[in-house]
Ligand binder design. Structure first.
Ligand code: CA
Length: 512
C-alpha cells in the first residue's frame, strides 16, 4: 500500500478503504450478466436443450454453484439486490415499476472509494441514472435487440447492429482503450438477451432448424394439488404468447436490410404454420418449439460473445489476475408448468446460474452445493477487492467457498419475497422459505400456503401443506420463516390493490 491511500484510510476511517492487500495483488473483476437465462439452458448445468461451449469454459476453468437462489425473481429488483446487498424491502426496489434510489450505498461506490475503476456496459434497467461508475454505457430501459440507443453520462448514442454483439464491442473497446491500466477494475458486462421477445441475431436464425427441442414433462401441467395462484397466472405458452413473441411478424426495431434478411428466413416458416392450421395440444407444441428455439438462439448469441470476451482476457494477459463471474438476474421457465417468464418461488425461476473463474485460486471444474444467493454478490465483490463489507449488507462473501469448503455456519435456509402484483402475468405476491429439502410458500393476499417435499417431488407438482404426515415440517418451517423475516427486517405484509386481469391476447388458433 502506498503512503497516500494509507493516509486517506486513516483520515477517513471509511469502510471503503482497502484492507491489507497491495494494489498489485487485487484482482480485476469481470461480472458477466444476462437477463432471464435459466441454468437449464446452460450445458455446464447439464442442459438437454442446448450447448453453451463458451460459458462452459468458465465452469470448466472455475467453480459451478448449484444452489444460487434469488431473493425476488424479477429483473430490476434482482439488479438492486446485487448493487446493494440488501433485500428488496430495504433497497426500495420491490418491482420493475419503481425508480431505483441511486443515492444509497452500493458496492460500485465502495469499490470506487477503494481505488477500483468501475464500469458498466449493457443492460441497466433501473430507470435512474447509474451511480458509482467511472464509465457507463447502458441501454435505455429494456432496450431493443436491434439498433439500440445507449445512454452515457454525457450523451446518447444509437448504434446499428445486433445488441448482444454491440454490447461486447463496447466492452472490448473499454478494456482495450478506455480503462486506466494502473488500477484494478470492475467491469459489469450485462446483456439484454435472452429477455423476451427473444430476437436472435442473423447468425443464429437457422440454428435448431432441423431438430425438435425436448419438451419438459410438465408442459401440460393442470395445476392440481397446489394453492390457487398457480392456475390463475397469465404466463402460459398455450394461452399468453402473442404474435410478436411467436415471431409471426418482424421485430419492430429492425432497419430495412435487417428486416429483409429476417423475412427471408421467417416468412416461409410462418406460411407453413398458417397452412398447418394447428389446434389444441398440437398448437401448444408448435408454440413451445417456436418460443424455445428463439430463446435458445438468443442464448447462442450471448455464448459466442462471451467467447470473444474470454479470448480477449487471454490474449491481453488480463485473464490470470481477473475473476470472471457469470450469472443472470433470475431463472426462467422453458415450458415447465406450461410457462414462460419467471416470478415464482418454484425452482425454475428461483435458481439462477452462477459460475466463477479465478485462475490459481479456484480449482478448475469444481462445484459447490452451498445455498448461495444474489444477495451475496455485493459482499463477494468487496471481499475480492479487499474492502470490508458494511454491516448493513445482508449477504455474505462467497470468497471462502471458492476453496471448495463451505463454512460450518453457512446458511441452510433462504428467504424469498415476490411483490409485483397486480401486474403483467398476474403472479400473486408471495414469500417463503426454502431449505435443501423443503419449500414453504405463503400467498398472503389469499392466505394460501404450499409445502413441497423437494426430495420426493422435485418438480413441485403436489403441495403437502395439508398432509397430516408433514405437520411437523409445516410448523418448523413457519418458525424458520418468521426467524428470517425478523433477521432481514421485513415489514408487515403490504396488500395489493385492485384485481389483476391476465393478458389473454395470445395466439389461440391458427386463424389469429
Ligand atoms: Ca430478468
Amino acid at each position: 500500500m502506498t503512503r497516500l491511500p494509507l493516509l486517506l484510510c486513516v483520515l477517513l476511517l471509511t469502510a471503503g478503504c482497502q484492507r491489507t492487500d497491495t494494489a498489485e495483488e487485487r484482482p480485476n473483476i469481470v461480472f458477466i450478466f444476462t437477463d432471464d437465462h435459466t441454468a437449464r439452458a446452460l450445458s455446464a448445468y447439464g442442459s438437454v436443450v442446448n450447448e453453451t461451449p463458451h460459458l462452459d469454459r468458465i465452469a470448466q476453468e472455475g467453480m459451478r454453484f448449484d444452489q444460487c437462489l434469488v431473493t425476488n425473481s424479477i429483473c430490476a429488483p434482482s439488479r438492486a439486490v446485487i448493487l446493494t446487498g440488501k433485500h428488496s424491502h430495504l433497497n426500495g426496489q420491490l418491482t420493475n415499476g419503481q425508480l431505483f434510489d441511486g443515492t444509497q450505498q452500493t458496492f460500485p461506490k465502495l469499490l470506487q472509494a477503494a481505488g477500483y475503476q468501475t464500469s458498466i456496459i449493457g443492460k441497466w434497467h433501473l430507470r435512474s441514472a447509474p451511480t458509482g461508475f467511472d464509465h457507463w454505457q447502458v441501454l435505455r430501459g429494456q432496450g431493443p435487440y436491434y439498433n439500440p440507443l445507449f445512454l452515457t453520462a454525457g450523451d446518447t448514442l444509437r448504434i446499428e447492429g445486433y445488441t448482444t454483439d454491440i454490447i461486447t464491442d463496447l466492452a472490448l473497446e473499454w478494456l482495450e482503450h478506455g480503462r486506466d491500466t494502473a488500477r484494478p477494475f470492475m467491469l459489469m458486462y450485462q446483456h439484454k438477451a435472452p429477455h423476451r421477445q427473444w430476437h436472435p441475431g442473423p447468425d443464429h436464425y437457422r440454428l435448431y432448424e432441423d431438430r425438435d427441442i425436448p419438451e419438459p414433462p410438465t408442459l401440460f401441467d393442470d395445476y392440481a394439488n397446489r394453492a390457487s395462484p398457480a392456475a390463475d397466472q397469465g404466463m402460459m405458452i398455450a394461452r399468453h404468447l402473442n404474435i410478436n413473441d411467436l415471431k409471426l411478424q418482424a421485430p419492430g426495431s429492425m432497419n430495412e436490410a435487417q428486416a429483409a434478411a429476417w423475412e427471408e428466413v421467417y416468412a416461409p416458416r410462418n406460411e407453413a404454420f398458417h397452412e398447418a392450421d394447428l389446434e389444441g395440444d398440437d398448437l401448444t407444441r408448435w408454440k413451445y418449439q417456436r418460443y424455445v428455439k428463439e430463446y435458445l438462439r438468443t442464448v447462442a448469441g450471448v455464448d459466442d460473445n462471451v467467447g470473444r470476451l474470454l479470448d480477449y482476457l487471454e490474449s491481453s494477459g488480463l485473464a490470470d489476475n481477473t475473476v470472471v463471474i457469470y450469472s443472470s438476474d433470475q431463472g426462467w421457465y422453458l415450458g415447465e408448468h406450461g410457462w414462460y417468464d419467471k416470478r415464482w418461488m418454484y425452482e425454475e425461476s428461483l435458481v439462477t446460474p452462477l459460475l466463477v473463474r479465478w485462475p490459481g485460486k479456484i480449482t478448475p471444474g469444481s462445484t459447490s452445493d452451498a445455498m448461495v444467493s444474489n444477495l451475496d454478490f455485493a459482499a463477494t465483490f468487496l471481499d475480492l477487492a479487499g474492502v470490508d463489507v458494511p454491516v448493513d449488507m445482508q449477504g455474505r462473501s462467497l470468497k471462502p467457498l471458492f476453496t471448495g469448503e463451505t463454512p460450518e455456519d453457512w446458511r441452510t435456509s433462504h428467504y424469498y419475497h415476490y411483490y409485483e402484483y397486480p401486474s403483467v402475468h398476474c403472479v400473486e405476491r408471495h414469500y417463503g422459505v426454502r431449505t435443501s429439502t423443503h419449500k414453504l410458500i405463503h400467498y398472503y393476499n389469499r392466505d394460501e400456503w404450499e409445502l413441497f417435499d423437494l426430495t420426493r417431488d422435485p418438480m413441485e407438482l403436489r403441495s403437502v401443506y395439508d398432509d397430516p404426515a408433514y405437520q411437523d415440517q409445516v410448523a418448523a418451517l413457519k418458525e424458520e420463516l418468521q426467524r428470517l423475516r425478523v433477521q432481514y427486517q421485513v415489514p408487515e405484509d403490504e396488500r395489493p390493490t385492485g384485481p389483476c386481469i391476465p393478458d389473454n391476447r395470445g395466439v389461440n388458433t391458427a386463424a389469429n
